[in-house]
Design a protein around this ligand. Structure first.
Ligand code: PHE
Length: 445
């Protein structure tokens, strides 16, 4: 592997991986899922899944990518060859790459919406800003044309950055953008706790009421953990291939997970106090939650419209640094075949993703009555990818590394201290795969 495709310094890998992890999943999805799934119980199960399943799976993905230094599909193939395993393990990479493309198709629709809010300035002197905000969201989501417009722009930007390459495109942008995002989310959550109902928020988020738990909540919390950490589909594995040789995997994963969890909770603290202190806003508003609440929060603030613009710029950036990692695994794999250049690959894939995205756009409007198993096209893709494909990917990754690859090899590559390794190995071999299966069974019956 040429040095061209290794990220400079330890921080670039951390920022790129955190850039992939921190995205709409944290700022848009986490708050609305907590809001619609009863609050604290969801949060607690989510946190358990992050530690018990997310940690070992993320470590394993990076281990595979860093060791083989190829796209996920070829890394899995190489690893299987080396350890004389069944070559079908590469299908795990293919499943992941497909999940990535599918997720990107709807991810880009919501990211496009966030992008459009950068340009939406609420008029002065509104009597009822919450109502205005809900109406604006309703108008935006009922217009296929507007959604297609923003979806196109977002996908174009995503393809452009991936096309520019790993070091120049992805590496450079995350180095500039991520620190800015962390700073701003902290600022908004402080502001929001100050003007809104912080006490109710903290009770809602952290005082567990296990009586509300249903199988549906458990599987959604697990799906959300996978989605938020970008694991189970090869994004982090693809990035692992560009990790500097000397960087320690265990410590790095700890940092990424902490940043991701921190931003999700901070987003909750940025949004809920405002919802609780505003009777016309609905905590279980679903996917529209941040779009309807944040502009209202900013409205009453001096310089509020500037804050709002900055915030939506940051959400768009967070989404962009995640969306590039959704398409990188497939792009890298096709690029390795050596027949096409990166730009033509990524723009062709972009067009396919764009077409698939139309289905999600129409789910808001002209296809809103079209349902399969009671779910719209968009909800179906969301369910299928987050709750089934990603956990399944994570399950197989943990089986591969936990059961098929010699322990000594993993130990040598991870360089964890003895106690930590024991803990990690136990969760990888037993805890993670069995929890995934149990949650699947629990939600199926
Ligand atoms: N983790 C990203 C988010 O939270 C979404 C994502 C999922 C990105 C899977 C890559 C892979 O928004």
């Amino acid at each position: 592997m040429s040095s061209k495709k290794i990220w400079q310094g330890n921080s670039t890998f951390i920022l790129a991986a955190a850039g992939s992890a921190v995205g709409l999943g944290n700022i848009w999805k986490f708050p609305y899922m907590v809001g619609s799934n009863g609050g604290s119980a969801f949060v607690i199960i989510y946190l358990i899944c992050i530690l018990a399943i997310g940690f070992p799976v993320m470590v394993s993905e990076i281990l595979i990518g860093k060791y083989a230094r190829k796209s996920p599909i070829n890394s899995l193939k190489n690893l299987s060859q080396e350890f004389k395993l069944n070559l079908n393990w590469k299908f795990l990479g293919i499943l992941g790459a497909l999940a990535g493309v599918t997720i990107l198709s709807y991810y880009s629709v919501f990211a496009g919406m966030a992008f459009s809010y950068i340009f939406k300035i609420f008029p002065q002197g509104l009597e009822n800003p919450s109502q205005y905000s809900s109406e604006h969201f309703f108008n935006l989501s009922s217009s296929p044309l507007s959604l297609v417009f923003w979806h196109t722009i977002f996908l174009f930007l995503t393809s452009l950055i991936i096309g520019l390459g790993v070091v120049k495109g992805i590496g450079r942008s995350v180095n500039i953008l991520m620190p800015f995002l962390f700073f701003f989310i902290i600022l908004v959550s402080i502001y929001s706790s100050y003007i809104g109902d912080l006490k109710r928020t903290l009770i809602f988020l952290f005082s567990p009421d296990f009586s509300v738990i249903t199988p549906q909540i458990v599987i959604s919390a697990m799906g959300q953990a996978f989605f938020s950490l970008s694991i189970g589909m090869g994004a982090i594995m693809a990035y692992g291939a560009y990790m500097p040789e000397k960087q320690m995997i265990g410590k790095t994963v700890m940092t990424i997970i902490s940043l991701d969890t921190f931003v999700a909770l901070a987003a909750g603290i940025a949004i809920f106090p405002i919802v609780f202190s505003n009777p016309s806003l609905e905590i279980a508003a679903g996917p529209g939650l941040i779009f309807e609440t944040l502009p209202v929060a900013f409205y009453s603030l001096p310089l509020g419209s500037i804050f709002s613009v900055i915030f939506f710029i940051l959400i768009s950036i967070a989404a962009l640094s995640s969306s590039i990692s959704l398409l990188e695994p497939l792009t890298a794999w096709i690029e390795e075949k050596g027949k096409f250049n990166r730009f033509s690959i990524v723009f062709t894939l972009g067009i396919l993703v764009w077409i698939l995205g139309l289905g999600s756009i129409f789910s808001f409007n002209i296809w809103s009555d079209l349902k399969l198993f009671g779910l719209t096209f968009l909800e179906l893709l969301d369910y299928l990818t987050n709750n089934i494909m990603l956990p399944l990917g994570g399950f197989f990754v943990s089986v591969l590394i936990g059961w098929k690859i010699p322990k000594a090899f993993i130990q040598e590559n991870l360089k964890l201290n003895k106690k930590l390794f024991k803990l990690f190995y136990f969760s990888l071999k037993f805890l993670a795969p069995s929890s995934i299966i149990l949650i699947f069974l629990y939600s199926a019956f």
